[in-house]
Design a protein around this ligand. Structure first.
Ligand SMILES: *[C@@H]1O[C@H](CO)[C@@H](O)[C@H](O)[C@H]1NC(C)=O
Length: 353
């Protein structure tokens, strides 16, 4: 009797846990290829991912591998959970090629002398969330375009602009994708440092509303490129491989960082503090918009991603902070940078009555 009761409680808990992930499934779904096919169909309609019959046959084995991976991973007592999200039938390589987009940074100085704007900061609050301070726009979606670098850059610029002007303005990634083409490569990747340079030299950047995102590179719209709304005065790198320096910076403004995001744990991350396996082959640009400490004492960074609000924790991932490796988890402390803003924005021409 007691055992039966316990079983019900555990079962209910398991149901609750799997339902909290975006796409619940269980052992029965994995028991046979037939059941897996049914699950694959259900997954397609749940995520609105139509596949042709040919494509389905091609991708079924990948879906099967990923499904098993997510299922096995969630059996562990890791502090984070995975889910069979919209990337469920993509291979690791395909995923990396399609949804990341950071290029190798050969420009960045290899040794850093440690001097930067926030080096003497001593007052660092125990937790920070720039979303609560109104400095972060809604989660965006880069789509099938390797433009993460543009989104990461814009997190930094939107952040410092709100901090300086008290106005949160969503800014244009598309302007960067179309117009910052000297060394950045649109949907084939780029670097945040280069994009910050572009915005400074261009005399600013326009709004998302004026130059909306289309997830592909087009000809630069010169008129829109000239209608600058937010200016920056430069950018600076956080000293590399130093999470303490990174903390001082994030305590003062949202920061652009590079990470390795190609691993399956990252691809299927759903919730919790990510402590997962990843290397330091930087392939993805994201933005740190805060930090905190979980109930169990694990410290984390609050990271804004650009894969839509249906990935991770409403588009965010909490990544473990202060790890033993100086590069930080997934190399998060290797190439951090942020925009500097001292100048006011140009006065917008108003219609005369
Ligand atoms: C930090 O303090 C040192 C020593 O007082 C000083 O030389 C340096 O300019 C300061 N850095 C900044 C960014 O203010």
């Amino acid at each position: 009797m007691r055992n039966a009761f316990l079983f019900v409680v555990v079962f209910a808990l398991a149901l609750f846990m799997s339902a909290s992930a975006s796409f619940p499934f269980n052992e029965v779904d994995l028991a046979s290829d037939e059941n897996l096919w049914a699950l694959y169909e259900r997954w397609q309609s749940h995520h609105g991912v139509p596949r042709s019959p040919d494509e389905k046959r091609m991708r079924f084995d990948v879906f099967k591998v990923n499904t098993n991976y997510v299922f096995e991973s969630n059996k562990n007592t890791k502090p984070y959970k995975l889910s069979l999200n919209k990337f469920g039938d993509m291979t690791k390589e395909e995923f990396r090629r399609t949804y990341t987009g950071l290029r190798m940074n050969t420009r960045r100085r290899s040794s850093v002398d440690g001097s930067f704007m926030y080096e003497n900061v001593t007052a660092v609050p125990p937790a920070m969330d720039w979303r609560q301070k109104g400095a972060v726009t809604g989660v965006k979606n880069q789509g099938k375009c390797g433009s993460c670098w543009a989104f990461s850059t814009i997190v930094g610029v939107e952040g410092i602009n709100q901090i300086r002007t008290k106005k949160l303005i969503s800014l244009s990634e598309q302007e960067l994708v179309d117009c910052d083409t000297a060394t950045n490569k649109g949907c084939d990747g780029g670097l945040m440092d280069v994009a910050y340079d572009f915005i400074q030299r261009n005399g600013g950047i326009t709004t998302e509303e004026n130059y909306p995102y289309v997830a592909q590179q087009r000809d630069c719209n010169v008129a829109k490129k000239k209608s600058n709304v937010v200016v920056i005065d430069g950018h600076e790198d956080v000293p590399s491989n130093n999470e303490q320096a990174l903390l001082k910076a994030v305590a003062n403004q949202p920061i652009s960082v590079s990470i390795e995001a190609a691993g399956q744990d990252f691809q299927f991350y759903s919730e919790g503090v990510f402590t997962g396996t990843c290397g330091i082959e930087l392939d993805h640009g994201v933005g740190i918009v805060g930090y905190g400490t979980a109930d169990d004492g694990t410290k984390y960074w609050i990271v804004k991603n650009s894969w839509g609000a249906d990935w991770g924790e409403q588009g965010y991932i909490r990544m473990q902070r202060d790890v033993s490796a100086s590069e930080g988890l997934c190399g998060i402390a290797m190439e951090a940078s942020y925009p500097i803003k001292t100048s006011p924005n140009p006065v917008q021409r108003k219609l005369r009555i």
